[in-house]
Design a protein around this ligand. Sequence first.
Ligand code: AMP
Ligand code: ZN
Length: 432
Amino acid sequence: MEIFDPAELWNKEQIESVQLARLKNALARARNCAFYRERLDQAGIGPDSLRSPDDLRRIPFTTKQDLRAQYPSGLLCVPPSEIVRMHCSSGTTGAPVAVCHTQNDVNVWADLMARCLYMAGVRREDVFQNMSGYGLFTGGLGIHFGAERLGCMTIPAGAGNTRRQIKLIRDFRTTVVHILPSYALILGEYLRSNNENPRDLPLRIAIVGAEPYTEEFRGRVEDLFGIKIYNSYGLSEMNGPGVGFECAERNGLHIWEDAYIAEVVEPETGRPVPVGEVGELVMTSLCREGMPILRYRTRDLTRFLPGECACGRAHRRVDRILGRTDDMFIIKGVNVYPMQIEEVLMAFPEVGQNYLILLENDGVSDMMRVQVEVRDEYFVEDMRILQNLQKAIARRLRAEILLTPRVELVESNSLPRAEGKAVRVRDSRDNK
Ligand code: AMP
Ligand code: ZN
């Protein structure tokens, strides 16, 4: 196996002993801010309280609410002059959270990111085009510095401007792209509507992350472009991209356990769930100086995958993110995750790249509408064909979520598109 960093080959014991040492350091550093000092004192955790990595569970959780309350710099654990960069989370779910990095933090982050890309088969000979927004969003600079660290020529293309993206790919013979799932299909559709074959581009790998998507979706995009897609997971609170990544096996995402401790807990009780069972991912940063964050409740739902990965890396794997605890909506007493809907929709070849779930209340009861874009070649004059498709989608949705939504078929490119992360659910009920 080719590796970028010797830490990839550590066995479980090596990982655990480094984790313990680094966790102690992280605790000591965290005490430099009043927030953690008070929290840790209240929990009776002093500098020498940790004997094994399991003692981590005695540390109280940190929530998004905590981070918001400490905005902008309440969690700073170094003198402000040590900070060289700040980022914010994308704020799809409320007020921003700011994370500040020292020079060492951004170096470690770039190393982790480079390690991920290398694991997915990216090499210094590749030309890397980063199609995610730059600026506060970590998918821009975070991925960028990783690709540069690996030695790739890195094109900071940024988000949008599809025509220019394609020109850059052609002119500079781009072989690897980083792209948001919602944008990948837009790019493909654009080419097809110009009668060009997406497979003719020199691309071979796409790094796709920042928002959830299904296996069905991955299959579609891979087919469309004739490329391989690797799932990339991260969150601003833990730097950004570079936290979890797929290896060549593409069977779960390895979490770099020399830099993070991952836990999966029951959202209601905070207790660990058994390996293989779904719960909320909780993350602790081990190496961060500027703003160490302990036991962060990510709200992302996943599970540890049992067994060892065939690639030989002992760093534990989590399943693709199945949704978020705050993503789930309840309608007529049924708990629904948007990804359940996507999985059903993407199995229909007629369905295009975009969909929107609308939750409404007509004064009497809740209603769910699903607007689905239909690909141009299927948007036919014959009403019966469309009606049958509509019924078939409604039937399969019912089988998946146990209630029948109203399905509305719309023309491709007619639903609103987000520049950054896609908005999949619009809830206009006032009783939500
Ligand atoms: P941000 O901090 O704004 O970059 O947002 C981080 C959040 O994006 C995570 O907590 C996840 O909910 C989501 N996210 C990032 N990467 C992925 C991925 N590969 N699959 C699913 N969701 C993701
Ligand atoms: Zn692996």
